[in-house]
Design a protein around this ligand. Structure first.
Ligand code: AMP
Length: 331
């Protein structure tokens, strides 16, 4: 059984893009692998959240991932800061991580540009913390988005460097998890090709959105002045609406609106109303689950305790062996 590790950023609610592009794959992944999913709360300290925000953000992602089907019995679902072994391995890896290579990291350079007032050592050493998260469980695979590919490459560098330095093959070289199917991309409501969190709250639909909010957002989605000449290329907003329809509505609904579009009789308002109801039907069970989990403090406590216990078993073993390899020995 392959060991797979994936971090979850505690940065707010999950939208439909996150679900179809990532979480749904995690739910499948946990069936065939030993998956470690951790909520990256140490990482999030680089932005200095207040204690209340930090805890609230961790709770939100915990509740939402559970509601989406991450199974704490099948996978090991834990909070990063429940594993101080992570911090120890991070310290050890930092001794062999060079300033030059950390400074050359694209995401670090990006941070220098976007937040010059807060370029802290945590940002510089983000790749060593990420490497610690991964190799702490001797992971074989890591599901990574485009923005994390360079970090995974650095993880391999740090793991190999450790192996070379101590003349061992202790750490496996983690590779990107391949989902083996084309990655789905959910378009945005603002006429962009990818749904994402943005300044414009109305561009993404969150699994936690109320039916009212979903209706409002969809009614405001970008279209064009249609009906327009059906022979002309469609505007991106309209392409997006049809694409969303193909995800959430029946074949009959899609054909109905396609026929009207081609006949030049389409009314985007009707399409949007139907799309809103179909998306509400899709998100309702998730939302219900989230609401019930969020009020079940006892379940959340038990789940995180179980995750911490399972994760620490793996982490303690690694740290014990790494200490020995390095030469930390009891007298
Ligand atoms: P983010 O919160 O934007 O970093 O997204 C987390 C993960 O969700 C990404 O690595 C993607 O795999 C996935 N994702 C985000 N937005 C979309 C989208 N619009 N369509 C498909 N997948 C997405």
């Amino acid at each position: 059984m392959k060991i797979v590790v994936s971090g979850i950023r505690p940065t707010g609610n999950l939208h439909l893009g996150n679900y179809f592009g990532a979480i749904r794959n995690f739910v499948k992944m946990q069936e065939e692998n030993h998956c470690f999913f951790f909520i990256a709360d140490y990482h999030s300290l680089t932005t200095h959240p207040t204690p209340a925000d930090l805890h609230g953000n961790v709770k939100t992602v915990l509740v939402e991932f559970l509601a989406c089907g991450l199974d704490p019995e099948k996978a090991t679902l834990y909070i990063q800061s429940d594993l101080p072994e992570t911090a120890e391995l991070y310290l050890l890896l930092n001794m062999n991580a060079y300033i030059g290579e950390l400074e050359r990291c694209t995401s670090f350079k990006e941070k220098i540009r976007t937040q010059p007032q807060n370029v802290n050592a945590g940002l510089l050493t983000y790749p060593t913390l990420m490497a610690a998260d991964i190799i702490l469980h001797k992971a074989h695979q890591v599901p990574v988005g485009k923005d994390q590919e360079q970090h995974l490459e650095m993880t391999r560098t740090f793991a190999n460097r450790f192996n070379r330095l101590y003349k061992t093959d202790y750490f496996p070289e983690p590779v990107a998890y391949n989902f083996g199917e084309e990655l789905i991309k959910i378009p945005g409501l603002d006429g962009t090709t990818k749904m994402s969190k943005s300044d414009n709250e109305a561009s993404a639909i969150y699994l936690a959105d109320s039916p009212e909010t979903i209706r409002k957002k969809i009614m405001k989605a970008v279209t064009d002045s249609g009906p327009v000449d059906p022979e002309q290329p469609r505007s991106q907003g309209v392409i997006n609406l049809f694409s969303l329809l193909s995800f959430f509505s029946t074949h009959e609904t899609v054909s109905h609106f396609e026929d009207h579009y081609r006949a030049g009789t389409i009314r985007y308002g009707d399409l949007k109303k139907q799309l809103a109801e179909d998306i509400i039907r899709f998100t309702a069970p998730f939302r219900e689950k989230m609401l019930s989990l969020a009020s079940d403090q006892d379940y959340l406590r038990k789940t995180t305790a179980l995750g911490a216990e399972k994760a620490r078993e793996s982490a303690r073993k690694t740290i014990r062996e790494v200490r020995e390899i390095i030469g930390f020995k009891p007298f």
